[in-house]
Design a protein around this ligand. Structure first.
Ligand code: SF4
Length: 111
């Protein structure tokens, strides 16, 4: 399957870099009317989902995120808020948590 990768607009990218709060980042995401709003279960899953179904769903959600113009502010929002579940900017909550931990360690090392 061909996956179209879309870079965020320069305005959205600049805003995501300078946005300081989860609320501001959430507003940037919502302004792009991302596809996940149309099918939230694709990114969050359903109760009782089997591991195989979850893996398949996450793979499709990652493809949706790959072409999302809100990917950068979405990832920044997730890194700040560390969600416990779901797919955010193509990453699972566990991947976001690991990335946030690495980033906070790097910031501490640089200080
Ligand atoms: S990157 Fe994915 S989770 Fe984030 S707003 Fe876009 S479609 Fe939704």
């Amino acid at each position: 399957m061909h996956v179209q990768r879309t870079l965020p607009s320069s305005r959205t990218a600049r805003s995501a870099v300078t946005a300081a709060s989860p609320a501001a980042l959430r507003d940037l995401v919502l302004a792009e009317a991302p596809a996940c709003l149309l099918d939230p279960e694709l990114h969050s899953g359903a109760p009782g989902e089997s591991p195989a179904d979850e893996a398949a769903r996450v793979a499709v959600a990652r493809e949706v995120c790959a072409s999302c113009p809100a990917r950068l502010p979405c990832q920044a929002f997730a890194l700040l808020t560390r969600p416990e579940s779901g797919v955010w900017a193509g990453l699972t909550a566990a991947e976001i948590g690991a990335l946030a931990a690495v980033a906070s360690g790097a910031v501490r090392s640089a200080a």
